[in-house]
Design a protein around this ligand. Structure first.
Ligand code: ZN
Length: 315
């Protein structure tokens, strides 16, 4: 029904397919020390989101608000759970759907607070039990995303975004993907941060910022500790983020740079993120100059210089 080109889908975790990537990794000490909440100071106004405030949080209405009423069934074998501002719908056991609804709602409120906004619309979490459902509920045409831990879809306005979780992510253990273990909570927090903060439709911000900020937020919200790659960081390209061979390191490094910016000046970092994700321009250096007084290249050089200074003399 829908064309993949009309929206963005953020697959998150290390996997073997195009959109794949890590959501489970990250976490350097400075990222984890970031505050989880801050005062509400709206810097972005999304008319579509405001218009959506009146959307009822019943499962059927919430599905319809994302254009999924003909895609995701409600009825036998399905569980729908509403917790405050979140609706979770799925075919996994009711306890799993309930847990995901509660976690997503908690993380959604915290994610909005982290970027100084109020939650604009009810979060929709889809919880399929089969690979087939996972694929269909993405409603993303021919895209093959079966190996990602979770996906956030940002449709064109006025449709609302939604999250689809891989059937294999498991609260009891964690899921091994691409040779790495993914944290259940980390995956949910990462996707919810996308769903709560990203604008409708195609995303113009650089992927290192979109994914790095989601990782940074997820780390702050969950306190997840992950393995730090033993190599000098770099600011990853979209290709490096979405290639299975480089994705783990690339997601970690994207988070690391975002955390560096936030640590440098949290208010500036939040403003930079909010502006960059809503700016029609793909060039973020002018925004870096505006909020940090330096070009992105200068900030990147300083980040690497700090790394080199910290690791000098270490093996
Ligand atoms: Zn992501």
């Amino acid at each position: 029904m829908a064309q993949i080109s009309r929206r963005e889908a953020f697959g998150c975790m290390a996997g073997g397919v195009g959109m794949a990537l890590l959501t489970g990794y990250s976490a350097s000490a400075h990222a984890r020390s970031a505050p989880v909440t801050r005062s509400v100071r709206p810097t972005v106004t999304d008319p579509a989101a405001i218009a959506a405030e009146s959307v009822p949080e019943t499962p059927s209405a919430r599905l319809a608000a994302s254009g999924l009423d003909q895609v995701v069934p409600l009825g036998a074998g399905m569980t729908a759970k509403t917790v405050e501002n979140t609706v979770a719908i799925g075919s996994r056991p009711a306890a799993v759907v309930d847990t995901i609804a509660s976690l997503a709602d908690e993380f959604g409120a915290q994610a909005a607070g982290l970027v100084g906004r109020a939650e604009a619309h009810p979060i929709l979490m889809l919880v399929p039990s089969t690979a087939r459902e996972f694929q269909v509920w993405l409603d993303a045409g021919a895209a093959s995303l079966t190996e990602v831990a979770g996906v956030t879809v940002t449709p064109l306005s006025p449709q609302l975004p939604w999250v689809v979780l891989n059937p294999n992510i498991d609260a009891a253990t964690t899921t091994a993907a691409g040779g790495h273990h993914l944290s259940f909570e980390h995956t949910i927090a990462h996707e919810v941060f996308h769903a709560v903060t990203l604008p409708s439709g195609d995303q113009t911000a650089p992927r290192w910022l979109i994914e790095g900020a989601a990782e940074w937020a997820s780390t702050a919200l969950t306190g997840t500790v992950e393995r730090k790659p033993a190599r000098r960081p770099y600011l990853p390209t979209e290709t490096q983020l979405y290639a299975p061979a480089t994705g783990y390191d690339a997601y970690f490094f994207a988070e690391w740079f975002v955390a560096y910016l936030m640590k440098r000046d949290l208010g500036a970092g939040i403003d930079f993120y909010n502006k960059a994700i809503t700016s029609p321009a793909r060039e973020t250096s002018p925004l870096a100059r505006k909020y940090f007084g330096r070009s992105l290249e200068q900030l990147k050089r300083q980040w690497l210089a700090d790394y080199d200074a910290e690791t000098a003399g270490l093996d």
